[in-house]
Ligand binder design. Structure first.
Ligand code: RIB
Length: 334
C-alpha cells in the first residue's frame, strides 16, 4: 500500500502539499494539484483514514505532536503531564512522536486533521517545521509548546531559553571556571540558539574567553555526549567546565569521562539542562538547569481547552522561567 510520502515524492511536492490537496484545506496551484492527483491515482494511494471529504466527529480527542522520541526524557515528561491534564478535562490524547523527522511530523498532523481532533498541541521538529500551514481552513485550535517560533500565529508556551544559558554561565563564573565549553542541541532549533546566546553573552560580560571553537553541536542524544568527549580528549585545550544543553548529553559526557578514569567534578565540572528524573538519581547527581515542565504542560492544556470552548485567548505567548539545581557534578576551582 503506497504512502503519502511516496505520493509527495512522485509529484515532486512536500507531504504538507499532498495533505492540502487531499483535505482541500488550503488553495493549491492548479498545476500542482493536478500533479498530486495524478500521483495519487498512479500509486492508488488511499488515505489511511477516511476518504477525502469525510470526517468522523472526534471523540473528544486532543493530538500531541512532539519531536524526538519517548526515549528523550524531556518529552516523556511532556507526554505524561499533558496526558494527565487532558484526561482531567475529559479528553483523550492521540500521541505522535516523529523522531525529529519533518515528513513524519507532517503526516501525523494530516492524520489529526482527518480525525477532526478537537485541538492540537505541537512542539516543532525544528525551524524547518511548516506544519501549521496544513491546517488552512480547518479551525482546529493549536498551541505550540517548547520549540516555537518567536512570531507564532497561535498561542505558545515556552521557556526563557536565553535565561537558561545565563544561569549555566553564572554558575561556572561563581565557581571561577575560565576554560569552558558548550555542547548544544541541533542549531536548526531556535531554542538551542537562544540558550547559546544567553550563555555566550554572560561569559563575555564577565571577560571570560569563549569562542566558536568552544561550541560543539550535538543532537540531544546520549551518544552525542560520548562523541563530544572523544573529540575534546584529542585536543590540547583542557576544559574545566562543560554545559550540555540537555541532561541526556550531560549524562553521556559524565559516563564517558568516568570510564576513562576522570573524576567528576574534580577534573571537570558538568552542567546539564531539563532536570529529568534521572538527574537526581545519578552518582554523582547532575547539576542542571531545570524546566518547569509540569506548569508549562498544564498551561498548554488549559489554553487549548479554552480555545476549544470558543474563548478568545488574549495572551499569545506564555513564558516560563528556568531554575538552577546545584548537585554533585560541579565544584569551585582555584
Ligand atoms: O532534551 C530535549 C530538549 O529538546 C529539551 O531541552 C526540550 O526543550 C526539547 O525541546
Amino acid at each position: 500500500m503506497s504512502s503519502m510520502k511516496e505520493v509527495a515524492k512522485l509529484a515532486g511536492v512536500s507531504i504538507s502539499t499532498v495533505s492540502r490537496v487531499i483535505n482541500n484545506s488550503v488553495p493549491v496551484e492548479e498545476e500542482t494539484r493536478k500533479r498530486v492527483e495524478k500521483a495519487i491515482k498512479k500509486l492508488n494511494y488511499k488515505p489511511n483514514l477516511l476518504a477525502k471529504g469525510l470526517r468522523i466527529k472526534s471523540g473528544r480527542l486532543i493530538g500531541l505532536v512532539v519531536p524526538g522520541s519517548v526515549y528523550n526524557h524531556a518529552f516523556a515528561s511532556f507526554i505524561d503531564y499533558i496526558e494527565s491534564n487532558v484526561s482531567n478535562k475529559g479528553y483523550n490524547l492521540i500521541l505522535g512522536h516523529n523522531r525529529n523527522d519533518p515528513d513524519s511530523e507532517a503526516e501525523f498532523i494530516d492524520m489529526l486533521i482527518r480525525r477532526n481532533v478537537d485541538g492540537i498541541i505541537l512542539s516543532r521538529v525544528s525551524d524547518e517545521s511548516r506544519v501549521l500551514r496544513m491546517l488552512g481552513n480547518n479551525k482546529i485550535p493549536v498551541v505550540v509548546i517548547d520549540r516555537a517560533f518567536s512570531d507564532e500565529s497561535v498561542p505558545s508556551v515556552v521557556l526563557d531559553n536565553y535565561r537558561a544559558g545565563v544561569l549555566a554561565a553564572k554558575h561556572f563564573i561563581e565557581e571561577r571556571h575560565k576554560v569552558i565549553a558548550c555542547l548544544t542541541g541541533p542549531l536548526n532549533i531556535s531554542l538551542c540558539r537562544d540558550r547559546m546566546e544567553g550563555f555566550r553573552e554572560t561569559l563575555k560580560n564577565h571577560n571570560i574567553e569563549f569562542s566558536e571553537d568552544d561550541i560543539y553541536e550535538g543532537d540531544f542524544k546520549y551518544e552525542s555526549g560520548v562523541d563530544f568527549v572523544k573529540k575534546i580528549m584529542s585536543k590540547k585545550k583542557r576544559y574545566t567546565a562543560i554545559w550540555a544543553q540537555n541532561d541526556l548529553m550531560a549524562i553521556g559526557i559524565i559516563n564517558h569521562f568516568l570510564k576513562n578514569g576522570y573524576n567528576i567534578p574534580k577534573d571537570i565540572s558538568v552542567v546539564g539542562m531539563d532536570d529529568i528524573s534521572f538527574s537526581s538519581m545519578m552518582v554523582p547527581s547532575l547539576t542542571t538547569v531545570g524546566q518547569p515542565f509540569s506548569k508549562m504542560c498544564k498551561t498548554a492544556v488549559d489554553v487549548i481547552y479554552d480555545q476549544i470552548r470558543g474563548k478568545n485567548i488574549l495572551k499569545k505567548r506564555f513564558v516560563f522561567q528556568p531554575y538552577f539545581v546545584s548537585r554533585e557534578t560541579t565544584m569551585r576551582i582555584g
